[in-house]
Unconditional design. Sequence first.
Length: 242
Amino acid sequence: MRFLFAFISFIIFFTYITPCLGTSFHYLREKMVREQLEFPLDGRTPIRDRRVLWAMKTVPRHLFVRKEDMICAYEDYPLPIGWGQTISQPYIVALMTEMLKLAPHHRVLEIGTGSGYQAAVLSLLCKEVYSIEIIESLAKEAIKRLQRLGYKNIRVKIGDGYYGWPEYAPFDRIILTCAFPKVPPPLIKQLKRGGLLCMPLGPRYGIQYLTILFKMKDGSCRIKKETPVRFVPMIRRKNLSE
């Protein structure tokens, strides 16, 4: 009798409860885009790029966070993903994506895979995403997650993002999801002329700014600081060995 009750409960959960949860997450995702991005309630600059809004509506953010955080995946704040790292708040993910001005033919380098959420958003808007994560456990989890969810145009490797991925350079766009006091020279070298690099620029403890680096046709660079932010710092290989 106890086995029969457990079996019936199992069937009820997967027949009725699970679809409801899926519907709820879809509703929360729509609400997130509407109230945090498209028509923000706090006066922040709205996200205008329709393709970015579509990508944010499409990627299931709740599948890129820990199980205990799924219910708050669409709230307006970052969430921990383990190993001292976070998944950025939805607005910042959308803002940085919009700042990149992506085109369907672009090849993008991402420094800091994390859970893979930013890479998933990017992958819907460009040709290929090459993402580097220095924390091995995070990278392996992200690879499995992205494969399970069917993202086929994302490559992830374990390594020190400071040095980029020269085998696949040059890149049309480069994005860093971790802060560093200066733009790493190897990344500037791997950025295509006419390309953009977006990153939080600033010290580990202090004010950081979302910054755009424009690489001009003649190879020179122009930097423009935008929104003040707070990101986790870039981890270097030497930091892991300390």
